[in-house]
Design a binder for this molecule. Structure first.
Ligand SMILES: C[S@@+](CC[C@H](N)C(=O)[O-])C[C@H]1O[C@@H](n2cnc3c(N)ncnc32)[C@H](O)[C@@H]1O
Ligand code: SF4
Length: 357
């Protein structure tokens, strides 16, 4: 079983914090779609368990463009209960587009709200405001049962109370899934060069812990560092990444993992539309695979299977990582066959992972 990622690198406007591969210039949209469909046509796999149309902002395209892309993916053997997600921004959602998404098999929508307060949305450089999000959400709710809302915290000028207000209002809408990311000020983004009033480290962690506790009290189970879902609604597609399942990425800059080889598509639009796709190919060594197994698996609340590691690599996980596990023992949980991190362990997961590798 394979999962497919389809990248749409267009946005209405670039947000101040974003370093995803996307741009507001859509002049090459038709050429891009053609190249994307060519790449899809050239690939084959046995069966598909999830598709994720991400970006950028896939909902900036016309409904008909998404229909064309989904129809080209229709040549794959897509399993009947496959999770098929599209990312959308509030300002580009219309009933007409949502209807076309449903008609073409898309059964999950991920909407980027980011923050509840219009002042914060403006600082982030978002196009939408809360009122537009609420209208978009109402429309989406008519077509989709499985909705994700993306949020960010630790934003410039955001107080702890503002974050709680965001969580309260978002959970009142009862989406099935919520993602909550701590803002990363990425090099090369407008935020990087700006003087920002960022919450301090302690407030950042307080915001994170309050999200974990508050969302749990509203019936959202945390299943990964930044992801929360109602029972049965965790994202199948995201779990494929963390569990090192096989996936193929189509489009500009898209990454794939097939038979323990990582591929990365070109990030040059000119190259991509001329039919050059893969830019990098890396055959993973056993050591790389082991490291990925640990640092991706430990992002999930359920952690990693000890016996699977031992079987896959012919080694003993608990002795391989004995020193780190001993040093950080209060952050680890060993329960039956699984090794996982506590919420406090998630706080320092970067440090722990660095010592494991
Ligand atoms: C592919 S992006 C954007 C999807 C969609 N275009 C949008 O903006 O809503 C997926 C999510 O990553 C998060 N994100 C993007 N840049 C980030 C950053 N610098 N730090 C933390 N989270 C970020 C945002 O929550 C965003 O919704
Ligand atoms: S956050 Fe989303 S809308 Fe904003 S620039 Fe990045 S991909 Fe585009």
């Amino acid at each position: 079983m394979t999962s497919l990622y389809i990248h749409i690198p267009f946005c209405v406007k670039k947000c101040n914090y974003c370093d995803f591969l996307s741009f507001p210039d859509m002049r090459l949209k038709d050429d891009y779609k053609r190249a994307l469909i060519n790449e899809i046509n050239a690939f084959d796999c046995s069966s598909v368990k999830s598709i994720f149309i991400g970006g950028g902002t896939p909902s900036v395209l016309e409904g008909g463009d998404i229909a064309d892309i989904m129809q080209s993916a229709g040549k794959f053997n897509i399993s009947e209960n496959a999770e098929i997600t599209i990312e959308a921004n509030p300002d580009t959602i219309t009933a007409g587009k949502l209807k076309i998404y449903r008609q073409n098999g898309i059964n999950r929508i991920s909407i980027g709200l980011q923050a509840w307060q219009n002042g914060l949305l403006e600082k982030l450089g978002r196009v939408h405001r809360r009122e537009r999000f609420l209208r978009a959400y109402d429309t989406a709710y008519k077509y989709f049962d499985n909705i994700n809302i993306d949020l960010m915290f630790s934003l410039p000028s955001q107080t702890y109370e503002m974050w709680l207000e965001t969580l309260e209002n978002v959970t009142a809408l009862e989406p099935k899934h919520i993602s909550a990311y701590s803002l990363i000020v990425e090099e090369g983004t407008p935020f990087y060069g700006m003087e920002l009033e960022l919450p301090d480290e302690e407030t950042d962690r307080r915001m994170y812990h309050s999200a974990v506790d508050f969302l749990a009290s509203k019936g959202y189970e945390q299943y990964e560092i930044s992801n929360f879902a109602k029972k049965g609604f965790h994202s199948v597609h995201n779990c494929v990444y963390w569990e090192r399942g096989e996936y193929k990425g189509f489009g500009l800059g898209a990454a794939s993992l097939i038979n323990n080889v990582r591929y990365k598509n070109t990030e040059s639009m000119v190259e991509y539309i001329s039919g050059v796709t893969v830019a990098e190919k890396e055959e993973l060594s056993d050591e790389d695979i082991r490291a990925e197994y640990m640092f991706l698996g430990l992002r999930m609340n359920k952690g990693v299977s000890i016996s699977r590691f031992n079987e896959l690599f012919g080694r003993d996980m608990l002795s391989d990582y004995a020193d780190v596990i001993k040093k950080y023992r209060k952050y680890f949980v060993i329960s039956g066959d699984r090794l996982s991190l506590t919420t406090e362990g998630f706080d320092i997961s970067n440090i722990i992972m660095a010592e494991m590798l």
